[in-house]
Design a protein around this ligand. Structure first.
Ligand code: SF4
Length: 332
């Protein structure tokens, strides 16, 4: 892979087998991640962002399955890897931080025992080396190593998430995949954890794939943002673009719906309506029933991803024929 490309996702499609038929939760997703880059993936709950992350990490369990596409990580297609081969890559080359450390950590094992467990399963480190490394990674995330003897319930929510991140950094992987790691925290703990993740990332050089429903969280931390709606990526832009001049009407709606952690007070506007039923997604543009800029063609034509100044957007407003200012197409 050239140009520092670390992860190359192409045409990734994930479906759930349900009693009512196949439900396509992630459809034809293309994403690229460079070494050391922080890519945020944002969308409302049920948009497929966590399913996408789990598919990339090869952590999907039935009835979910990857039905097509590839996930090339450091030159190898993860979709093709057998579980045994995956075990050699997980933790060492990429690791995953889950949404709730309380659920991801074993409640009856101390933090130290859990770090030791991962080391023993994925390396040939001696007991002494494991003890040293465990203390080192806890210090990295600003947790006192005395908490190696603590059980998860003895730690605050923020410290538990930090312990999870410490675990993810045991082998200094090139990619850390994070699924809403700050969701259970209050705003202050949330911000402090985000600052720490960004600092660690800069210091250690790993890339981050970060899923969240809260767009404002990405403003100061992500390099680029991918916006998902109803199983599709609808915009991939630089963070400055998404927060300054979002291209997709849905991105604009998301931005207006969340307060900024640090910005001035603004009037919040909720997105009208609800995301569609993915068993029966709307024809044409999936966002058209909720879109304030809907045009006559939107319910009939499925928009492709258009390239606009190096960014990508799935919206017919950017069709060369209709043009960005294609008001003539708008329905009344
Ligand atoms: Fe809105 Fe039409 Fe663009 Fe879809 S294609 S986001 S409905 S303007």
């Amino acid at each position: 892979m050239g140009d520092g490309l670390l992860l190359d996702v192409r045409g990734l499609t994930v479906q759930y087998e349900t009693e009512s038929g196949p439900l396509v939760a992630v459809e034809q997703v293309d994403l690229q991640l460079r070494e050391g880059e922080f890519l945020g993936i944002v969308g409302e709950s049920g948009c497929g962002k966590s399913t996408l992350l789990f598919a990339i990490a090869r952590l999907l369990v039935p009835p979910a399955r990857i039905s097509s596409g590839s996930v090339v990580f450091r030159g190898r297609d993860m979709v093709e890897l057998a579980e045994k081969e995956l075990r050699q890559v997980r933790w060492r080359d990429f690791s995953v931080v889950m949404q709730s450390a309380m659920n991801a950590l074993n409640p009856v094992m101390t933090v130290g025992a859990q770090l030791k467990d991962v080391c023993e399963q994925h390396s040939t480190m001696s007991r002494r080396e494991i003890a040293l490394r465990s203390a080192q990674v806890l210090r990295l995330v600003s947790v006192d190593p005395r908490h190696l003897d603590s059980y998860p319930h003895q730690l605050s929510g923020g410290m538990r998430q930090r312990a999870m991140i410490a675990m993810a950094l045991l082998f200094t992987p090139q990619l850390v995949i994070m699924d809403e790691p700050t969701t259970a925290l209050d705003v202050v703990a949330q911000r402090s954890l985000m600052v720490q993740i960004r600092e660690l990332q800069k210091r250690l050089g790993f890339a981050v794939l970060f899923v969240t429903h809260d767009m404002s969280l990405l403003r100061h931390f992500a390099d680029r943002v991918a916006v998902m709606y109803a199983g599709q990526v609808v915009e991939v832009s630089s963070t400055a673009q998404v927060f300054g001049h979002p291209l997709h009407p849905y991105s604009r709606g998301l931005l207006a719906a969340f307060p900024s952690v640090t910005g001035p007070r603004v009037h919040l506007v909720g997105l009208p309506g609800a995301p569609p039923d993915l068993l029966r997604p709307p024809r044409g543009c999936r966002f058209h029933p909720r879109c304030p800029e809907v045009m006559r063609s939107c319910p009939n034509v499925e928009p492709p991803l258009y390239e606009v100044g190096g960014d990508l957007v799935r919206c017919l407003l950017y069709d060369e024929r209709g043009g960005r200012a294609g008001t003539s197409e708008r329905s009344s």
